[in-house]
Design a protein around this ligand. Structure first.
Ligand code: PMP
Length: 393
């Protein structure tokens, strides 16, 4: 390697280390499920986004296997060339039905779906109103689209109204929000955002990566949770690598929205289609998710149990409605030490530290899955109590 390249990379890495932002890869052996072996250590994991326990579900795995036999592995080309199989078509139709939208379009990742959506809907002359705590892919999407960005305070419709009132009267306005916030686990105030969108002739786009399949009677996500439909949220994005247990993403909306993405969105046009086997596996998981009242009820029961236990320990956490339950610890060093003690006791719970969250707001990010048992949640609470006793504030 050239000396200048080596020096450049070393300086970047030193910077990351000095900023205490170093991240470490762990190696998982075996499927994504609560009891797993990671870096050679058996643990019960409380950090995955497989909220319904579908990632290793036998019906989902069987659908993938069958489709592998029929279609092979690689899609071989982009959707618009010849990578768009019958399996993709069937999944898109199922997702449109699932979300109650006219049409749906698949993407290989949620990151790309967000890039595609924002660049299709907003350009240099337009303004995008973003919740301050939106997911990184949304923030990057606005930057790449070159649109004017107006951030409003987290989940604060009053502040959004101010921003809308102050915005220059040129171009159009797009309001973008997570449905369920990925680090905090709270649900966006969608009815208020939809009302503001109507009043100011803005377009509302919701990234419901963490809400779809989990919230609402049939898993319709944060929109269904709030009783909102396509008229309120015309632009809906969902990921498949979380509650649906597979990988990839989709956009759901009107016929015109989907056709505009197909015709103009570079992250759609210039990339290889997801493997057909993945689409087939996801079709199986969408069918399970639609009728998964039992899994959702079990998950809600676990959340109530966890919430009550955290209350007993005097720990701050959001209302136990979504499976993302960040537990406030405060001090960064203490949060890391508690996470290490939990790992030593066999529980994988990540500590979220600055700069991901502000100084003094370090937390443990617990996520629950319908695949967890009550006994596992109770054991986690006991281990947490002990770890907090051992690590002084
Ligand atoms: N949006 C949100 C809210 C997310 O949490 C994530 C994944 N962490 C994404 C988008 C990106 O989705 P994907 O992992 O499919 O790229």
């Amino acid at each position: 390697m050239s000396k200048s390249l080596q020096a450049f990379l070393q300086a970047r890495l030193d910077g990351v280390r000095t900023d205490r932002r170093w991240r470490r890869l762990r190696t998982l052996d075996g499927p994504q499920q609560p009891e797993q072996v990671i870096d050679g250590q058996p643990v019960v994991a409380f950090c995955s986004n497989d909220y319904l326990g579908l990632a290793a579900d036998p019906a989902v795995v069987a659908a993938a296997r069958e489709a592998l036999d029929r279609y092979g592995v690689g899609a071989g080309a982009a959707h618009l060339i010849n990578g768009h199989t019958r399996a993709h078509v069937e999944l898109e139709q199922a997702l449109a039905r699932f979300t109650g939208r006219e049409r749906a379009l698949l993407f290989s990742t949620g990151y790309m779906a967000n890039l595609a959506l924002v660049q299709t809907l907003a350009g240099r002359h337009d303004t995008v109103f973003e919740d301050r705590w939106n997911h990184a892919s949304l923030i990057d999407a606005v930057r790449l689209a070159g649109a004017r960005s107006q951030r409003y305070r987290h989940a604060d419709p009053g502040h959004l109204r101010e921003r809308l009132e102050q915005a220059p009267d040129r171009g159009h306005r797009l309001i973008v929000t997570d449905g369920v916030f990925s680090m905090d686990g709270d649900i966006a105030p969608l009815p208020e955002l939809a009302a503001l969108a109507r009043e100011f002739d803005a377009w509302l786009m919701v990234d419901d990566a963490h809400g779809l399949s989990v919230l609402g009677a049939t898993g319709g996500g944060s929109c269904q949770h709030h009783g909102l439909g396509a008229d309120d949220v015309p632009i809906l994005m969902g990921t498949l690598g979380k509650g649906f247990g597979t990988a990839g993403a989709f956009v759901a909306g009107s016929e015109a929205l989907i056709e505009a993405l197909i015709q103009t969105a570079r992250p759609y046009i210039y990339t290889t289609a997801m493997p057909a086997a993945l689409a087939a596996a996801t079709l199986a998981s969408v069918r399970i998710a639609e009728a998964a009242e039992d899994r959702r009820a079990h998950l809600q029961g676990l959340l109530q149990r966890l919430g009550a236990g955290l209350d007993r320990l005097g720990l701050q956490h959001p209302p136990p409605v979504t499976p993302i339950q960040p537990v406030h610890i405060g001090d960064t060093r203490r949060a890391s030490a508690v996470a290490e003690r939990l790992l030593a006791a066999g529980f994988l719970v990540p500590a979220i530290r600055p700069p991901t969250v502000p100084e003094g707001q370090a937390r443990l990010r617990i996520t629950l899955s319908a695949a967890h048992t009550e006994a596992q949640v109770d054991a986690l609470l006991r281990a947490l109590e002990q770890a907090l006793e051992q690590v002084s504030p």
